[in-house]
Design a protein around this ligand. Sequence first.
Ligand code: IPD
Ligand code: CA
Ligand code: CA
Length: 267
Amino acid sequence: MPRPAVNVAVRAARAAGNIIQRYMNRVDSLIVEEKSRLDFVTEVDRLAEAEIVKELKRAFPDHAILGEESGQIGKSNKVWVVDPLDGTHNYLRGFPHYCISIGFLDHGDPVHGVIYDPLRDELFTASKGDGAFINDRRMRVTKREGLQGAMLCTGFPFRQREHLDAQLGMTRALLGQAEDIRRTGSAALDLAYVAAGRLDGYFEIGLKPWDMAAGCVIVREAGGHICDFAGREGIPKSGNLIAGNHLLAAAMVKTIAGSAGSALLSA
Ligand code: IPD
Ligand code: CA
Ligand code: CA
């Protein structure tokens, strides 16, 4: 049985998903040039986040919310961390990989996570100690014991191009050993896929709290491990994230540490 807080977040995520899908069908008719593209998606982001905030506030008026669009709302040790649309650039192009991500932290400790893919109607949920679920089925990370044969996924630092050399160095080192590496464009949904065993591992430089809060709970509850590039467990303050089962995450830490350019980064 999902906890009541998860049910609220699921309701909020589904409501945001309805908004996102409604506008999806109008992207092409509404958009004529690049600038209006970005304005349009910002508007969809805002509408979706407003819906999520409304649902969360109604159920938990005393909790704080950290939203990608609204910033910090209220002050509390109990914080909902919201990305109303993760995978913006995919959404704008009709590339079918984006999601809504809602995490809940209690005194910084990740407790609940909800990630919703409105295109496939796939719902990924977890609460600390309760396991992780895709729709109503339990999910587990893969058992792969190292990089050999591993399907990894990453995000490129397209907003922080000063990290390109570090990214290319670690991609080269990991791809030298793994089966392959995907870059699909939605960090939150990619983390849900690690939890579901569709990917073995994930790494990205400089993620924001709303990209990873929900995904971190879900990966952990699926038996996985979350750490930074120095192997320190937990949601990384630097945003430099590694996710996978314990053995694979350790192998990724080791390979990244030895890669060209990793010295350019703080862990
Ligand atoms: C982005 C996506 C992308 C990742 C970026 C994120 P947005 O979020 O998750 O895959 O590589 O780091 O910022 O902008 O689509 O919400
Ligand atoms: Ca995001
Ligand atoms: Ca976003």
